[in-house]
Each structure stands twice: as structure tokens, then as C-alpha cells.
Design a protein around this ligand. Structure first.
Ligand SMILES: Cc1ncc(C[n+]2csc(CCOP(=O)(O)OP(=O)(O)O)c2C)c(N)n1
Ligand SMILES: CC(=O)[C@@H](O)[C@H](O)COP(=O)(O)O
Ligand SMILES: [Mg+2]
Length: 588
């Protein structure tokens, strides 16, 4: 694909020098550029393809960066990045030391707000608009938000406030009628029918909230978009422009299979096909073991239900939704609601498995404390994508869960080392616990091919002694223990290794025994170093262990935000990889 015009655009000012009639070709070239880049380097595809025309029209009409664009989530902002100074480095997208897959303030003045988690754009753009008012400055403030993201509570809070703010805020609702998975909820149906009050004589929902509503308009029709943005640039006050687009636009397969092509991995840039892979001999992913195990358990226990906030495919809750459509619920991008919904169900004796990515549970922290733990409601949280997740980077790493959950009373915290332990923990959880439990596990594959072993009950708060040495002991929690175990076997190290399994209740007897019988105790976790296993063992040592204490070495994610890149590289950067552990052991 040629980039004759695109190659002349380094910044939006260059784009604005083109005639409107040339924008169609620029759109084709930009689309081709995105397809070529993602086919080779992976990343988010469908969302960016769907907003090519929108992106061009926005930068063509508005005076960016003086006018402020805020992209919600930011997975659709590849076109924006390419038009705002990052075309030549776009091949480093999501790579270690490369550009981020999401808008990021440190990266460009055109990235007005850091994103990754959804539904923040309206609040952020409103904040900017109110700041402009306060400072007496003239800017346009534009939030671009998807149909699934606008259904989240936070977006509604922002609309509610913006409607009485008088702020110069344009919300562009990019309605493609899908999130990652098919859109859900009543708002989805409403949006497919909604029309302007000017047409119907009755206010629609946005007009009722004091927004000047326009649309819906075709988001692939460049002349229409440009005319509408020119009109909008002369207006002020809260406005909402409803734009309809097609996710994956311009690549046949991506339009037809929008779920798969949200982030398809590598594919053929000419045909659009994803190469078939035989994965039958590979160990399964943690998430698939979660999904299949939940179905197995649901067959035995009719009280079980599944809840996911908008991640059925990613979390594999889809397996349960297919097997038991009446007992598994996708509630949309609504983590807070998902948690309290699960709490409500638990009050009635239902056994909810509430599956949330570790990073997204951050949004429902109060609900975990106030609605679940404080009432000792036995909700079973399955926290997927715990630890460092790789190319999505700092916004998405599940780095904090061990620490932020550890300080909550009456919450059991478990982390399986392998998929078989995950099964046993899920089995144990639904037998009837007196408290809620959070089971956290990582993105990707385990190492056990034959995972479908009979269920076993695990005693809460018990660890597993995996090898016994004398001077040095390693206490690990979660899947990072696999690396420890392999290291010990491959290097034939004479050291003790304990898979802690539970951060809370922690196996105090075992920890004290280890502290008293070794010269050096190493803790290792794929979570922040502050407040997780290392802190727990340190506290125990000072409070309860007989003196003299061994030397304690705490390995975990350092107290800084870890960027994006291959997970193995990030583990190395964080000092929690095989090399770092071996070096430490050798130095002792
Ligand atoms: C708080 C939060 N929950 C879940 C996600 C995962 N997520 C990323 S994109 C997405 C779907 C967004 O759909 P929509 O807003 O309609 O945008 P589209 O992809 O259709 O352009 C979801 C659920 C997230 N980024 N943030
Ligand atoms: C943009 C976003 O938040 C999701 O698309 C996320 O990238 C999904 O991550 P997984 O690929 O780990 O499911
Ligand atoms: Mg959408």
C-alpha cells in the first residue's frame, strides 16, 4: 500500500494543508498503514480501523493540540498517533521502549490524557473545559467515547455533571454497537433507536441531561463529518454528537468477526486471515481452565453463577455463558456494579464467581470492602491478568492486587501456582466458605498439559513444601513459583521452596519454621513489593519469629510503574525473573 499523502503528514498542521477532496485517499492510506502495522506487530485493530475518518476529520477541523482531544480507553487511537508525530516510530507500538498502545501524556502534547481503562474521557475533558473557563482560555474540549464505555457508571456521572456545567464540551459517541464482545444492556437498544428531539418532538436521554444532541451521522462519511465538526466548532456548552461506525471498517474479516479482530494477534496483511495454529499439544491458558472448570462445577452445584464486566471472551466466562446462558451474566463495563451485584446474590445463597481483570478491579475497591468483605459475603472473585500483562503496559498490569487486597479484613486471598491448583481453589471456594475469596492468576498459559485432574479440597491458609534445603529458602506466591521450581530443578539447587498458595490467611506455622531454620529467606511475587508477600513475611518475622532472624530478601515489582513490553522482558526489568533469582541465590 502506498503512503504518498500520508508520508507528507508529520503533524495535523500538515494534514490541514490538504484539500478536502484528498482526505479520502489519506483515509485509505491511514487504514492500510494501521493494517500493515498491526498485522506484523499485533495490537488493537478493529477499534482504530473504525475511527479512521473520524480521526482525520477531527484533526482536520479542530486546532489540535490547542483544542483538546480525549480518547476514551485509547485502543482506537492508532490513527491519532500516526497523524501526530509518531508515524515513523509506529512500528515500535507496544514494544519495550517503544511507543505505548494507548495515548500517554509523556509521549506527545497531542495526547492530552493518559488512558487505558475505559469511561474516563468525559470526566477528563470536562475537567479541562472547566479549567479553561477558570483560566479564561479558549479551547475546544472533545471526548471521544465508545458505546460500551459510555454505559459505564463513571461516564454517566460525568454526563450528569457536564449537563449543568455550561462547559464547552463536545462528547462524540462512537457507536459501533459492540465493545470487545457484543454490546449488552438497555442503553445499547436505546442507542440503536435514538433520534434527535428535533425530529421526534421529544427529548432523548442526552437532551434530557441538557446536552445539545446531534446525529446519528455516518462516521465514515468524511464530508458529513467535516461539515458537522465545522458547525460544532462554532457552538459552545455541552453537546453530544452521535456517530455510527463499523468496528473493523475496511478489512473484511475484521468487519465480519469483530470480536476476534479486536486484537487479533499477527495476521496476513493482504488476505486479512489469521494463520491457523495447532495449539492442542500446548498447556492450556489459565483463563480457559477457569472457564471449563466453572462449567464443570456448575454442573455439580446449581447455585453457581458467573459474572463478568464486559470481558466474556478475554476471561473465558464465555464458556460458561454458552453452557449455562441463564446462569452467566455479562453486565457491561461496570466493575463496581459487578461486585455489588455479586454481593447481592450472595446474600440470597447464590454462589457468584465474579471474574474481573486484576487491573479493572481497582475500580471497584470500595465495593469489595464495603459491600462484600465488611458483610462477610462469600463472593468468589477470580482475578484474571494478575501480575505483569505485557504489551498493554502500565495501565493494565495487575501489579497491585495482592497489596490492595491484603489490607482488607475478612477476605481470603489465594494465588495458584499452576492451573491444577486453580481448579482446586475454585472447587474449594464453592464448597461453602464463611468469607469472600479472591483467586488471582496470570495472563496466558500454565505448564500442565493434563490439567483436568479430579478436584481436591485445599485447606485454607496452607502452603506446599515443594523442595527442602537448609540454608536458603524461597517463598513464592502464584504462578511465579513455576519459575522457581524449574530453576531449582535445572540448576540442582539445594534450597527450600514453598508455594505459599494463600496470602491470607498466611501459613504462619510454615513461615515461622522457615524463618527459624534458614540463614536466608527470599520472597518472590509478581506484585508490588509494598504490601504483598514480602511485607507479610517481614511483619511476621519481626512480630513472631525467634531471634536471630535470617536475612530477608524481598523480590517483587519495584515501587514504580512498569511500562509495556514482552512479559519476560518486564519480569527481567522488575528483577523477578530467573536470572535475578539465580544471581541472588549464587551471591548468598
Ligand atoms: C474499566 C475497564 N473495563 C474494561 C476494559 C476492557 N475494555 C477495553 S476496550 C473495551 C470495549 C470498549 O468498547 P467501546 O467503548 O464500545 O469501544 P470500541 O472498542 O467498540 O471502539 C473493554 C471492555 C477497560 N479498558 N477498562
Ligand atoms: C483495551 C483493553 O483494555 C483490552 O482490549 C485489553 O487490551 C485486553 O487485554 P487482554 O488481551 O489481556 O484480554
Ligand atoms: Mg463500541
Amino acid at each position: 500500500m502506498s503512503h504518498d499523502l500520508l508520508s507528507q503528514i508529520d503533524l495535523p498542521a500538515d494534514l490541514r494543508r490538504f484539500r478536502e477532496s484528498e482526505l479520502l485517499q489519506i483515509a485509505q492510506e491511514l487504514r492500510g498503514f494501521i493494517i500493515d502495522a498491526v498485522a506484523a506487530k499485533e495490537g488493537h485493530l478493529g477499534a482504530s480501523l473504525g475511527v479512521v475518518e473520524l480521526t482525520i476529520a477531527l484533526h482536520y477541523v479542530f486546532d489540535t493540540p490547542n483544542d483538546l482531544l480525549v480518547w476514551d480507553v485509547g485502543h482506537q487511537a492508532y490513527g491519532h498517533k500516526i497523524l501526530t508525530g509518531r508515524r515513523d516510530v509506529f512500528d515500535t507500538n507496544r514494544e519495550l521502549n517503544g511507543i505505548s498502545g494507548f495515548p500517554k501524556r509523556a509521549e506527545s502534547e497531542y495526547d492530552t490524557f493518559g488512558v487505558g481503562h475505559s469511561s474516563t474521557a468525559i470526566s477528563a475533558a470536562l475537567g479541562m473545559a472547566m479549567a479553561s473557563q477558570l483560566k479564561g482560555e479558549k479551547h475546544k474540549h472533545i471526548a471521544i467515547v465508545g458505546d460500551a464505555s459510555i454505559a459505564s457508571g463513571m461516564a454517566f456521572e460525568a454526563l450528569n455533571h457536564a449537563g449543568v456545567s455550561g462547559a464547552d464540551l463536545l462528547v462524540i459517541l462512537n457507536d459501533n454497537a459492540i465493545g470487545i464482545d457484543p454490546a449488552v444492556g438497555a442503553l445499547k437498544d436505546y442507542l440503536t433507536k435514538t433520534k434527535s428531539g428535533k425530529e421526534t418532538g421529544r427529548d432523548n436521554i442526552f437532551e434530557s441531561l441538557n446536552f445539545d444532541y446531534s446525529g446519528p451521522i455516518d462516521g465514515h462519511d468524511l464530508p458529513k463529518l467535516i461539515a458537522e465538526f465545522q458547525r460544532q466548532s462554532g457552538l459552545s456548552g455541552p453537546r453530544l454528537l452521535h456517530v455510527r461506525t463499523v468496528k473493523g471498517k475496511g478489512l473484511k474479516q475484521a468487519e465480519q468477526d469483530q470480536v476476534r479482530y479486536h486484537a487479533p494477534g499477527k495476521f496476513d496483511k493482504i488476505t486479512g486471515d489469521i494463520p491457523a495454529k495447532d495449539e492442542s499439544q500446548l498447556p492450556p491458558k489459565f483463563q480457559d481452565v477457569f472457564g471449563h472448570t466453572l462449567v464443570e462445577l456448575s454442573q455439580q452445584n446449581e447455585k453457581i453463577v458467573g459474572i463478568t464486566p464486559a470481558m466474556p471472551t478475554g476471561s473465558s466466562m464465555k464458556i460458561m455463558m454458552d453452557a449455562f446462558p441463564k446462569r452467566a451474566f455479562d453486565v457491561g463495563i461496570a466493575e463496581q456494579h459487578a461486585v455489588t451485584l455479586a454481593a447481592g446474590m450472595a446474600t440470597q445463597g447464590v454462589v457468584p464467581f465474579c471474574n474481573i481483570y486484576s487491573t479493572f478491579l481497582q475500580r471497584a475497591y470500595d465495593q469489595v470492602i464495603h459491600d462484600v468483605a465488611l458483610q462477610k459475603l462469600p463472593v468468589i472473585f477470580c482475578l484474571d491478568r494478575a501480575g505483569l500483562v505485557g504489551q498493554d503496559g502500565a495501565t493494565h498490569h495487575g501489579a497491585f492486587d495482592l497489596a490492595y487486597l491484603n489490607c482488607i479484613p475478612d477476605l481470603i486471598i489465594a494465588a495458584p501456582m499452576d492451573v491444577v491448583e486453580l481448579r482446586h481453589m475454585m472447587y474449594t471456594s464453592q464448597l461453602g466458605l464463611p468469607l469472600p475469596i479472591a483467586i488471582r492468576y496470570p495472563r496466558g498459559r500454565g505448564h500442565i498439559v493434563q490439567w483436568q485432574l479430579p478436584f481436591e479440597k485445599i485447606e485454607l491458609g496452607t502452603s506446599r513444601l515443594l523442595s527442602q534445603g537448609n540454608r536458603i529458602a524461597v517463598l513464592s506466591i502464584g504462578s511465579i513459583g513455576l519459575m522457581v521450581q524449574e530453576l531449582i530443578q535445572q540448576e540442582q539447587l539445594d534450597i527450600t521452596h514453598i508455594d505459599m498458595r494463600f496470602l491470607k490467611p498466611v501459613d504462619e506455622t510454615q513461615v515461622l519454621r522457615v524463618l527459624e531454620n534458614h540463614d536466608h529467606v527470599i520472597t518472590i511475587e509478581d506484585g508490588t513489593i509494598l504490601g504483598g508477600l514480602g511485607s507479610m513475611v517481614g511483619n511476621l518475622a519481626f512480630a513472631k519469629a525467634n531471634k536471630p532472624l535470617p536475612q530477608l530478601h524481598v523480590l517483587g515489582i519495584p515501587d514504580s510503574f512498569i511500562e509495556h513490553g514482552p512479559t519476560a522482558d518486564l519480569h527481567q526489568l522488575a528483577g523477578i525473573d530467573r536470572g535475578a533469582l539465580l544471581q541472588l541465590i549464587q551471591s548468598l
